[in-house]
Design a protein around this ligand. Structure first.
Ligand SMILES: N[C@@H](CCC(=O)N[C@@H](CS)C(=O)NCC(=O)O)C(=O)O
Length: 198
């Protein structure tokens, strides 16, 4: 198992999952500032030269949520995904993909805007209302739950907590203290601490 990785990118998600699985893997660190993701060898693995990429024997995969789903299913005994026949399987897929497909683009739009100087910032008040509606859906779902699905941590928490963590860094969760608590709880896990170390 080989993970092509760069720190502070979406590649942290599959690395976090690999650490939760506690399986041996090779970490191939790419220095994006040196364009190591633009070599022809790497472009043969990922059509746009992005991270992450996972190579598992004959299987080469890109798209961090797909890699997380794949890894969680590949090691069912580690219980990071509800089994296909379980009643939690549908909600698991729903919440993982809701985070990726519906939440992430909204968070990224605000995150990128927050990086701009004041005079270049766009007025995102309309988009903010939409983001808040999406955050409210997740907040309501979490209620008193510790995890987004069932009674245990799953790959859906990896994807959701990663995106909410990014949102929290630019203060997008201020109206949702329960979501802040959720992020802090998940990002205190030993596996994510290992995934962001070095
Ligand atoms: N949807 C893809 C996005 C991958 C992506 O955009 N990766 C960024 C880092 S978060 C990247 O490699 N950027 C380098 C570049 O495009 O030059 C995924 O989740 O894997």
């Amino acid at each position: 198992m080989k993970l092509y990785f760069a720190p502070r990118t979406r590649a942290t998600r599959p690395r976090w999952l690999l650490e939760e699985l506690e399986i041996p893997y090779e970490l191939v660190k790419l220095d994006l500032s040196k364009q190591e993701h633009r070599t022809s060898a790497y472009l043969a693995l990922h059509p746009f030269g992005e991270v992450p990429v996972l190579v598992d024997g004959e299987v080469t995969l890109f798209e961090s949520p797909a890699i997380c789903l794949y890894l969680a299913d590949r090691y069912p005994e580690k219980r990071l995904a509800p089994p296909p026949a379980s009643s939690e399987r549908g909600p698991y897929l729903q919440w993982l993909l809701f985070a990726e497909v519906t939440l992430e683009p909204l968070v990224l739009e605000h995150y990128r805007n927050a990086q701009l100087s004041d005079e270049n910032k766009a007025d995102l008040s309309t988009q903010l209302a939409r983001l808040d509606a999406v955050l409210t859906v997740i907040d309501t779902r979490l209620g008193g739950r510790e995890f987004i699905v069932g009674a245990a941590f799953t790959a859906a928490d990896v994807v959701l907590a990663s995106i909410l963590h990014l949102a929290n860094t630019v203060k997008l969760l201020e109206r949702h203290p329960r979501l802040v608590d959720y992020v802090l709880r998940q990002t205190r896990r030993p596996a994510i601490r290992r995934a962001v170390s070095g």
